[in-house]
Design a protein around this ligand. Structure first.
Ligand SMILES: NC(=O)C1=CN([C@@H]2O[C@H](COP(=O)(O)OP(=O)(O)OC[C@H]3O[C@@H](n4cnc5c(N)ncnc54)[C@H](OP(=O)(O)O)[C@@H]3O)[C@@H](O)[C@H]2O)C=CC1
Ligand SMILES: O=C1OC[C@@H](O)[C@H](O)[C@H]1O
Length: 367
């Protein structure tokens, strides 16, 4: 039996695929395993384009009472759902989120939020019009390890921050997967930038954009370059740098679908030392702090590896944020607000333009 003080958020899941299963498994873990006692989650319904797939998903991951739907239209009309989680490929996020928002549902939408910034601006307007909550599922922002590293950065204990180097790569075996796989198919927004880019950039957003001395000023210079795969023309590898002039700092970011992430995956460089974050950068479990003997010397006099553990994959922390926001009547999260997602989408638009990556006709719903 749940105690009356616990707020229960009733989720509807759109897309019975891989990431939806990770999200649901974490959401259904006992919140006490992460010392959370104020919110909890239930999965009220799951929708797939094929009702059989929705039912199979429920049989595997949910309680028998969870309702299976064979269309996304049906799930957003369900009165027993407080929030919809969208776990479909990138280029479907806009249409799926719009459907849910217009039905008056709160929405948590997988990364990348949309195909382009114009689509996101449109979703933000629709969410405002319908007075509902909207957030991108940038789960890394909510991990306990991210809060720890952010504290080190914001406190200035390692001196002024100068550079964030971050990479997320993964070998997707592109020569052997079908060209219709979401990582390769331009119709699904395939390529490294949109799929993997949200993770290197989240470290830049947390440590630079959100730095108290930067005061939420967007990067004033963005420079990107893309290496395309001849298989489908999407970006196999992308590098991009962001200059935060107000903070006198830069982010040097990269991602690739043809090789693993380096170790460290993220190096945060301050005047008095470094923080090295060990892979995977989307959910690291350890980082190393290095101290210099004096500012700018580079001579490491002390080094400490720190582990941060939790039960589950880590997708539940963002779910808790949504539950608290909905409980409190908030329409967006402070930690991962809509303007932050918009900064990211603007960067991705610019880097795609610089890299010459155009989506096929009709993919972008708003341009
Ligand atoms: N936060 C994280 O850690 C991760 C996030 N992601 C993000 O989640 C999203 C989905 O990724 P993932 O779960 O790996 O994808 P999947 O390939 O598993 O597809 C998820 C669902 O999307 C729908 N779908 C799949 N292919 C198509 C298509 N061609 N056209 C229309 N709908 C389709 C299906 O829904 P249905 O059941 O209705 O048929 C499917 O169940 C991506 O945007 C990705 O960036 C992915 C991995 C990790
Ligand atoms: O979000 C993600 O995180 C891990 C990656 O391997 C995956 O492709 C991506 O979608």
């Amino acid at each position: 039996m749940s105690s009356p003080e616990i707020f229960t958020l009733r989720w509807g899941i759109i897309g019975a695929g891989s990431i939806s299963s990770s999200f649901v498994k974490d959401a259904l873990l006992d919140p006490k395993t992460r010392n959370v006692t104020d919110v909890q989650h239930t999965i009220a319904a799951v929708a797939s384009r094929d009702v059989k797939r929705a039912q199979e998903f429920i049989d595997k991951y949910c309680k028998p009472s969870t309702v299976a739907y064979g269309s996304y239209e049906e799930i957003v009309a369900d009165k027993n759902i407080d929030a919809v989680y969208i776990g479909t490929p990138h280029t479907h996020h806009y249409a799926n989120a719009r459907l849910a928002l217009e039905a008056g549902k709160n929405v948590l939408c997988e990364k990348p939020f949309t195909s382009n910034a114009a689509e996101l601006r449109s979703l933000i307007e629709i969410a405002k019009k319908h007075n509902v909550f909207l957030m991108e599922a940038l789960w890394t922002r909510f991990l306990p390890i991210s809060q720890e590293i952010k504290k080190i950065t914001d406190s200035g204990e390692l001196g002024d921050i100068r550079v964030v180097h971050a990479d997320l790569s993964g070998d997707f075996d592109v020569d052997h997967i079908p060209k219709t796989h979401r990582i390769l198919d331009p119709q699904l927004g395939g390529g490294a930038l949109l799929d993997l880019g949200p993770y290197p950039i989240i470290w830049a957003m947390m440590c630079l954009y959100e730095h108290p001395k930067n005061a939420l000023v967007a990067p004033d210079h963005i420079a990107g370059t893309m290496l395309k795969t001849p298989l489908t023309g999407v970006d196999a590898s992308t590098s991009f740098s962001l200059t935060f002039s107000k903070l006198e700092a830069q982010a040097i970011l990269s991602c690739s679908i043809t090789l693993p992430s380096p170790n460290p995956a993220v190096t945060i460089r301050y005047r008095n030392g470094n923080v090295l974050i060990h892979p995977p950068p989307y959910a690291p479990r350890s980082y190393t702090v290095q101290w210099f003997d004096k500012p700018g010397s580079g001579k490491i006099v002390k080094e400490e590896k720190r582990e941060v553990t939790w039960v589950g994959g880590g997708w539940h922390f963002q779910a808790d944020e949504v539950a608290r926001c909905v409980r409190d009547g908030k329409k967006e999260s402070d930690a991962w607000s809509l303007d932050k997602s918009l900064v990211v989408m603007n960067v991705f638009d610019k880097v795609r333009e610089q890299g010459g990556y155009k989506f096929p006709e009709g993919v972008e719903q708003v341009v």
